[in-house]
Design a protein around this ligand. Structure first.
Ligand code: NAD
Ligand code: DAU
Length: 339
């Protein structure tokens, strides 16, 4: 099979390309990535020369270029990871989120409609459900929870989901959607919370914690997300949405303290900074559907996953040091300079 993976030079798409090229040597992975600030060819270096991997530097919103790839490669499956993915950037500059996350998804769907496809899979997020109160630990996001977004990022991802559902119904396209909780693991861009605090702690820099650090995220080791998507594209039911998450809720403060203890660094590095506007309080996924229908359960616990992740950042310093020594320094100053 020919499988298009968009956004494959990013964090989760990159891990997915590694996972799929290894697991299915008989399939060809066709990676499409624009290489924005978040795309990194060093993430793909270990698989670039494999005979079952091809890379196209292309914008998913570029209709002609996308149609050309479909015409030449005749994909069987498309997995759309490509997105602007950082909430804080969406608050500062929403427009590119609409272009990539909404228009780009529309172009990918049009290409699938024009050339035919066995499955289109949209990688969505639990953020489309909004947030849950901190004092109701009994509440979880199910696939029936209404869409209720908070940030320009989550609004753009929800819009993309609605487009996918509209194409599935109107054009009877074979589509699935997954909505996953927060991922962590290797190749995670250090603007995001866990890699940011690992990199800062290793450089003895302050760790910016928004507000009081009480917000809760439901953390999933990235390989477990890859396994879930692989199951959905092969065995999931067309037209369905699947939530992905492993009941690994932690406050941000708990996460920071765990990382500091793994690195043997002092808690005096923690610095409370101005909160994110509209900051979602708690995300928590109910994964009962994917468990019941596809037998998926996360394989990696948070304590194992965070150890593996910290070890990866220690052993792959060049990967993240190359990032934070570039234009990232300006980003960091702009985002955290006066916070
Ligand atoms: P990322 O920012 O690390 O990677 C995004 C990739 O998409 C980059 O390689 C970038 O170059 C590429 N890209 C951006 N715009 C593009 C365009 N117009 N055309 C082609 N490529 C483009 O993101 P991530 O954290 O790996 O997230 C991947 C997907 O998973 C996103 O759709 C995100 O919404 C979703 N998701 C992420 C998480 C998480 O915790 N990171 C959780 C649930 C869902
Ligand atoms: O839930 C899935 C989503 O998880 C994905 O859809 C997004 O693409 C992904 O970026 C992530 O969104 P979050 O906003 O939850 O992730 P982030 O790493 O930006 O922040 C995690 C938590 O940590 C959040 O409560 C904000 C807080 N935070 C973040 C940063 C960057 C801080 O306290 N300090 C920081 O410097």
């Amino acid at each position: 099979m020919n499988i298009i993976v968009t956004g494959g030079a990013g964090f989760i798409g990159g891990n997915f390309c590694h996972y799929m090229t290894k697991k299915y040597p008989e399939d060809t992975i066709l990676c499409i990535d624009k290489l924005t600030y978040a795309g990194n060819m060093e993430t793909l270096a270990p698989i670039m020369e494999l005979p079952n991997f091809k890379f196209f530097q292309t914008d998913i919103a570029n209709r002609d270029a996308i149609y050309q790839i479909f015409e030449g490669e005749k994909p069987d499956i498309v997995v759309n990871f490509a997105a602007e993915s950082h909430v804080d950037r969406s608050i500062k500059d929403p427009e590119v989120f609409l272009r990539t996350n909404v228009i780009g998804t529309g172009v990918m769907l049009d290409a699938c409609r024009k050339y035919g496809i066995k499955r289109y899979h949209q990688v969505s997020t639990d953020e489309v459900y909004g947030d849950l109160p901190l004092d109701r630990p009994d509440l979880f996001f199910t696939e029936e929870t209404p869409i209720h977004t908070s940030s320009p990022y989550s609004a753009s991802k929800a819009s993309a989901d609605l487009l996918v559902q509209a194409y599935a119904r109107t054009y009877q396209m074979p589509c699935t959607i997954s909505r996953c909780s927060n991922n962590y693991g290797p190749y995670h861009f250090p603007e995001k919370f866990i890699p940011l605090i690992i990199a800062n702690a290793l450089n003895d820099k302050l760790l910016p914690v928004y507000g009081k650090g009480e917000n809760v995220r439901d953390w999933l080791y990235v390989e477990d997300h890859c396994i879930a998507i692989d199951l959905i594209i092969r065995k999931g039911t067309e037209g369905e949405v699947y939530n992905i998450g492993g009941h690994n809720e932690r406050t941000n403060l708990e996460v920071v303290k765990t990382v500091l203890s793994e690195l043997d660094k002092p808690e005096s590095l923690i610095s409370y900074v101005t909160d994110r506007p509209g900051h979602d309080r708690r995300y928590a996924i109910d994964p009962a559907k994917i468990h019941k229908e596809l037998g998926w359960l996360p394989a990696t616990t948070f304590s194992e996953g965070i150890k593996k992740t910290v070890r990866w950042y220690l052993e792959n310093r060049t990967w993240w040091e190359n990032i934070i020594s570039g234009e990232y320094a300006d980003y960091y100053q702009k985002m955290y300079g006066n916070r």
